[in-house]
Design a protein around this ligand. Structure first.
Ligand SMILES: Nc1ncnc2c1ncn2[C@@H]1O[C@H](COP(=O)(O)OP(=O)(O)OP(=O)(O)O)[C@@H](O)[C@H]1O
Ligand SMILES: [Mg+2]
Length: 476
């Protein structure tokens, strides 16, 4: 399901990158082409307008110097007008002061009066720009009297010129541009496919490797070197894998330890019961002795199970910590009072030193488990006539409990492991002393649940000191 989703995601990512690349490739090309065609159109029309105006101005000067309006029968000028009109595939109309058309190269309107706005404005001396409409442009040029000081407008040339050539040029240009745009489009499309595949490839590769790992039970590391980013992701992923492997290992170890620990008392009971069964008429004393041993094994099994349950409960993230303000001096005294008989049996002296009276917000049940185990360990792993010293101190934020002993000590290489479940330093010796190796795991859980910390210092043969630091106020 997840694999399918990732594949789908990669496909859609590929598609999105491709569309993005196509858009950034084609939109600018279209804009440039459109802008270019529009400018070309504007420029070619202005150019035509200027050409026609220049030619008409020359004609106007000739008309003026030939006194055209007085002597209209001028073949040369008429020829020129026709030539000009033919050149621009248009029409030339000459209008006199009375707005009467005196000459029309189309010979359609001669003799009529014209009241077009552009003509009237031209007579007023205003410069009128060319007007573009349909397939032609139209413009007016004034005819003035020849004198240098007297520039009276005596007539107007109204000329229309065809824009067919310009339109045809523009059309040809548009067609060639369209061909280019199609070619560019094909190139951009091909490039976009290649590029988007190239960009998504490392992710696809990564997905394949990760899927392979998921199927292959965490056995291998990821090994991706497509680019720096995926290399970094792959490194982080490998760190996570290493952590998962450690968790998996400790889970397996935990399960095998639990089974082993739970089986041991059962095996002892079985041996004891079997040996009674095979002895016919065994004396009552023997029964009693064996039954006592069986009862001890049952107690042991019970302790292991309840320790395991405590740990499982504490392991849950949502573990409730029922805090109440507690007098820590009294709390520790109570614990020591309960443990003193064991200490006396082991010939170990237990002393309590407190520098101040401390009260803090704690979950007494949980911390009681923790400190009981620390003091119990200090007694158990001690020497004859040894001592255990419990000291209490505090500052404005934390209280500190130190449990020191004059015992056998913990080897340096074991210090990192003693908080692990079922870990015991010297298995044979520990077995003889009794214990399952769950005590310190419970202790650490309880301390951490309070937002505290625990550390240990030890010298083999000299003794051990556990220091616990707990905040005075419980912070959720
Ligand atoms: N004060 C100490 N001095 C020497 N060794 C210690 C001391 N405290 C703990 N250890 C070592 O650390 C191991 C783990 O301690 P832990 O309290 O977790 O287990 P345990 O005492 O063996 O069993 P349990 O507490 O579950 O009955 C012990 O088996 C012992 O080898
Ligand atoms: Mg213990």
């Amino acid at each position: 399901m997840l694999k399918m989703n990732v594949k789908k995601f990669l496909r859609s990512l590929n598609f999105r990158i491709m569309v993005f690349l196509i858009l950034i490739g084609i939109i600018p090309a279209l804009m440039v082409a459109g802008g270019f065609l529009a400018s070309y159109d504007r420029l070619s029309m202005t150019q035509l307008g200027n050409d026609v105006r220049n030619q008409c101005q020359i004609l106007a000067t000739q008309l003026s110097s030939a006194n055209y309006f007085e002597n209209m029968d001028n073949q040369t000028l008429e020829g020129e007008m026709t030539q000009l009109a033919t050149l621009y595939d248009g029409r030339i109309i000459i209008i006199d002061e009375d707005l009467k058309i005196v000459e029309d190269t189309y010979d359609l309107e001669s003799g009529k009066t014209i009241i077009a706005e552009s003509v009237i404005r031209c007579f007023r001396g205003e410069t009128v720009d060319y007007r573009q409409g349909g397939r032609f442009i139209e413009l007016t040029v004034p005819i003035t009297t020849g004198g240098e000081n007297d520039q009276t407008i005596i007539g107007v040339i109204l000329v229309t010129a065809s824009t067919d050539t310009q339109t045809a040029n523009l059309e040809a240009l548009r067609q060639s541009m369209e061909t280019w745009l199609v070619a560019i489009g094909i190139c951009v499309f091909a490039l976009a496919i290649l590029l988007s595949n190239w960009l998504v490839k490392p992710l696809r590769h990564m997905n394949q490797s990760v899927s392979g790992l998921v199927d292959g039970a965490l056995a291998d590391d990821l090994d991706i070197h497509d680019c720096t980013e995926t290399e970094k992701i792959s490194d982080t992923f490998n760190l996570m894998l290493a952590k998962l492997r450690r968790i998996e290992e400790s889970r397996q170890e935990f399960v095998s330890n639990v089974s082993h620990e739970l089986k041991t008392p059962l095996a002892s009971m079985k041996v004891l019961a079997d040996s009674l069964l095979v002895q016919e008429g065994a004396p009552v004393e023997l029964y009693q002795e064996f039954m006592k041993d069986i009862a001890e094994e049952i107690d042991r099994e019970n302790t292991i199970i309840s320790d395991l349950l405590t740990l499982v409960k504490m392991d849950r993230k949502t573990t409730e910590v029922n805090v109440a303000v507690t007098d820590i001096n009294e709390f520790l005294e109570q614990i020591l009072k309960r443990l003193r008989p064991i200490a006396e049996k082991e010939k170990v002296e237990v002393v309590f030193e407190s520098n101040r009276s401390v009260s803090a917000e704690i979950d007494a049940t949980k911390l009681s488990l923790a400190f009981t185990n620390l003091v119990e360990n200090a007694i158990k792993y001690n020497k004859e006539n040894g001592w255990v010293r419990v000291t209490l101190d505090a500052d404005h934020k934390y209280f500190y409990v130190k449990v020191s002993d004059s015992g056998i000590g913990i080897p340096q290489e074991s210090l990192d492991n003693i908080f692990e479940r079922f870990y015991r330093c010297d298995k044979s010796h520990s077995r003889e002393i009794g214990g399952t190796g769950l005590g310190l795991a419970i202790t650490k859980n309880a301390v951490v649940a309070h937002g505290g910390a625990i550390k240990v210092q030890s010298v083999v043969g000299e003794g051990t000191t556990f220091t616990v630091r707990i905040p005075l106020r419980y912070i959720v």
